[in-house]
Design a protein around this ligand. Structure first.
Ligand SMILES: [Zn+2]
Ligand SMILES: [Zn+2]
Length: 263
């Protein structure tokens, strides 16, 4: 039995990914209503019994919306950074105090070890995650305005990389957003573009078997085929795509994606 990775949704209208092995699993972010999360878990054949906790990467609404309700309903501990707890969001404040956990030191669940690393984003203490399972490594980094050499070290050689490809630069520049929002998205505290994502991946991918999932696509300034083709072209330029060991996928924005099993 492998490690199941099941994206429930990804993007500014809500983020949540189930990761689990056997009966031990957790949600990374909980940015949909409690009911939507329950429905999507059902579609995947999962029940509350399969969930042992919720990890929150940062306090933006699209990551926390259902955290309080599901924590209370299913008595789930919620793990996040001290800065995120201190952000004072209603959804996180409504997590019962005895279920509020500090993510700072990481934690283990079954055979999974969960650690975090800092991201550059306009939140109090935003983090990416590293999940180690049987010498395999899954890395999740959405909501980051820029990458750095530390991110390269963390993602190089990972078996699964879930990385943001938020927007197409031209669509953002010519799209309907007000200038201050465009400026925020493009800034080092905003979101990675398709080009940023592709350029970063072309630096770190090699012949190591890797499944890459493009995540957190903008509804207004991107679409799945464009994200995929932009990243593919940048990888082709560097000679790392196509490759038999590299699987490139795009996570669905508003519905459950095809589950992936890491073996
Ligand atoms: Zn987000
Ligand atoms: Zn965010």
């Amino acid at each position: 039995m492998g490690l199941k990775i099941c994206p429930l949704a990804s993007g500014s209208s809500g983020n949540s990914i189930y990761i689990g092995h056997g009966k031990k699993g957790f949600l990374v972010d909980c940015g949909l209503s409690g009911r939507s999360i329950e429905r999507r878990l059902q579609i995947l054949g999962l029940s509350p019994d399969d969930i042992s906790g919720i990890i929150i990467t940062h306090e933006h609404q699209d990551h926390i919306k259902g955290a309080g309700i599901l924590s209370r309903r299913w008595s789930l501990p919620v793990y996040t950074m001290p800065g995120t707890w201190a952000a004072g969001c209603r959804e996180l404040n409504s997590v019962p105090p005895d279920l509020q956990r500090d993510l700072s030191g990481g934690f283990s669940l079954g055979a999974m070890d969960i650690a975090h690393f800092p991201l550059s984003h306009d939140a109090q203490e935003p983090v990416g995650l590293v999940i180690c399972w049987k010498k395999r490594r899954v890395v999740i980094a959405t909501d980051l305005g820029e990458t750095n050499t530390e991110h390269e070290k963390i993602m190089e050689g990972a078996n699964v990389i879930i990385l943001e490809a938020n927007h197409d630069r031209d669509m953002l520049a010519n799209g309907p957003y007000p200038w201050y929002l465009k400026k925020r998205i493009k800034s080092p505290l905003g979101h990675l573009s398709n080009d940023d994502c592709g350029n970063f991946l072309s630096q770190i991918l090699n012949d190591h078997p890797t499944a890459v999932f493009l995540a957190h696509l903008s509804q207004e300034n991107n679409y799945p085929e464009l994200a995929r083709i932009t990243v593919e072209n940048l990888l082709k330029e560097k000679g790392v795509y196509p490759a038999p060991n590299l699987h490139l996928n795009v996570i669905e924005r508003n519905c459950v994606s095809q589950p992936y099993e890491l073996t």
